[in-house]
Ligand binder design. Structure first.
Ligand SMILES: [Zn+2]
Length: 302
């Protein structure tokens, strides 16, 4: 009996240990373990990231993943790590590659983003999204079961703090940086920052007309001032504050060049034809230079 109890004890401790140390590779390709209980799913350099943090009181997710297939992978990964429910799903922006798959996690998740997020999602909602995706494959069609748009249940203004279990999540509204409502999520104890799509990883961002470059640069200064150890951008692999320096350098140089050409009397179209950024030829999304010039032109003409 004693031996059996001993064996039982050893087995239980081993199980507990296994439960606590789920490695990223156990969750599948594209998963990264950021810290104990914090994981990011970043399939490649450009695909939308989505993440989760386990607490004693449940799970907090950041973004709902790029495609419903990715979201199903995410849901399966969370189940491997914990049997606790997903309590909150925080969006870092309004675009459908981050918000289109809320339905897979909610219920149970309460969806949160900054003020204006629901209106932004409705404005950009593509009623054909599910139909178009479903045509890709039978697996995708299956993953789309129950598809519907779920705008945030809670919208906050400027700042919001979520205390769940042993963890704290500070939500910070970033103005004019990417979509209709952008949120950075700061975990002060773990020093992990989810930076939204204000910066990505060495990729030209598809800057919408609402983006204001000086506000974007201000958001970098704010996020850097938190002194994070790990930075998770809206797209790309986990990184550090180096992305804020890289993008700040890029936008400053772009605004300088656009400003000089505008001062020479060149039109926006002429600038778009002539301006090159040879220092950044290794960045992805080169075809987006034109919309970056639009944003820079708007800033220097102010
Ligand atoms: Zn976006």
């Amino acid at each position: 009996m004693k031996v059996r109890l001993g064996l039982f004890f050893v087995a239980s401790v081993a199980l507990l240990f296994v439960g606590l140390t789920v490695q990223a590779q156990d969750l599948g390709p594209g998963f990264h373990k950021i810290k104990d209980g914090i994981y990011t799913f970043a399939p490649d350099q450009t695909t939308t990231t989505c993440s989760f943090a386990v607490t004693e009181a449940g799970v907090v997710m950041i973004d709902s993943c790029n495609s419903p297939l990715d979201s199903r992978r995410m849901a399966a990964a969370i189940k491997k790590v914990t049997d606790k429910p997903i309590m909150f799903l925080i969006d870092t922006e309004t675009h459908s590659d981050h918000t289109g798959n809320h339905f897979i996690f909610s219920p149970s998740a309460t969806v949160i983003n900054a003020e204006g997020a629901g209106a932004g999602m409705r404005k950009e909602y593509n009623p054909k999204r599910a139909e178009t995706l479903a045509a890709q494959s039978p697996e995708m069609r299956e993953a789309l079961k129950g598809e519907k748009m779920i705008p945030p249940h809670i919208e906050y203004k400027d700042r919001m703090t979520i205390n769940l279990g042993e963890r704290t999540f500070e939500l910070i509204y970033l103005k004019n940086v990417h979509s209709f409502a952008d949120t950075a999520i700061w975990m002060p104890k773990e020093r992990v920052l989810f930076a939204s799509s204000a910066a990505n990883v060495r990729t030209f961002i598809n800057l919408r007309p609402t983006v204001v470059l000086p506000d974007v640069i201000a958001s970098y200064k704010l996020m850097k001032s938190l002194n994070p150890e790990v930075v998770i951008a809206g797209h790309g692999q986990p990184t550090t504050t180096i992305i804020f320096d890289e993008y700040e350098g890029f936008y400053n140089l772009l605004m300088k060049r656009v400003g000089e050409m505008a001062a020479q009397g060149k039109s926006l179209d002429e600038i778009k034809k002539e301006l090159k950024m040879p220092e950044y030829t290794d960045w992805q999304g080169q075809d987006r230079l034109a919309v970056n010039i639009d944003a820079a032109y708007k800033s220097v003409k102010k």
